[in-house]
Design a protein around this ligand. Sequence first.
Ligand SMILES: CC(=O)SCCNC(=O)CCNC(=O)[C@H](O)C(C)(C)COP(=O)(O)OP(=O)(O)OC[C@H]1O[C@@H](n2cnc3c(N)ncnc32)[C@H](O)[C@@H]1OP(=O)(O)O
Length: 216
Amino acid sequence: MEHIKTFHSITYETSSGPLTIEGPLSVDELQKYNFHDKLTAFRPAKKQFEALLEIATFEEARIIVARTEEMIIGYVTYLYPDPLERWSTFNMKELIVLGAIEIIPEYRGERVASNLLKVSMMDDYMENYIIISTEYYWHWDLEGTQLSIWDYRKVMEKMMAAGGLSPAPTDDPEIISHPVNTLMVRIGKNVSDAAVEEFDNLRFLSRYNQRKKSEG
Ligand SMILES: CC(=O)SCCNC(=O)CCNC(=O)[C@H](O)C(C)(C)COP(=O)(O)OP(=O)(O)OC[C@H]1O[C@@H](n2cnc3c(N)ncnc32)[C@H](O)[C@@H]1OP(=O)(O)O
């Protein structure tokens, strides 16, 4: 499968000044900017920027950023599932994961994350993918936001809805280990029925494996 990427960009006013949301960006484009030292939700900022620069070299991957003139203050990544995770079991070429999204505290609540999702979906090529995001509350900044897990979940749902992702059932043990965890899914308009069926088997992998076993 080809992974054709078309750049989109919007600029809008926030209470901290104008912000540009744009991408997908290449490694060279990313390196033009500084990476804010408060982008630490997943690992120290320096390490996270290195990780993004590596992801940007993957053929299928996309990185969309929120930036001031010179500073990246938020980003979202899309890439194939980790080979060690269940979501890579069938090696579905249409399946990409919204892997990480993060905004520095000063810009939160200003629709930056929602706009990252919107700009991501401006590229029609996204209609060729099933996009998933696995939401585990242990990845959330509960301390920084002082939100309850259920209020945080509401933020996640609203933000993901801006990109057309919505909660979908699964039997993934990590997701069903807590009722606030959820799988978010967006199925593009050009995804074939066969791929959707394969994805249904992936969502209920335990059931699928049991069925296969009983069929011999
Ligand atoms: C797959 C993963 O990456 S999971 C991990 C997600 N990332 C994190 O938790 C990292 C730390 N958190 C963050 O970076 C941010 O808080 C994010 C990414 C979760 C949200 O980013 P934001 O730019 O603040 O989101 P955005 O402003 O688009 O808000 C979405 C909705 O939630 C609401 N919202 C955002 N923050 C709050 C808050 N603290 N209290 C109440 N509502 C809130 C917004 O008003 C908006 O609602 P609306 O659609 O009705 O207007």
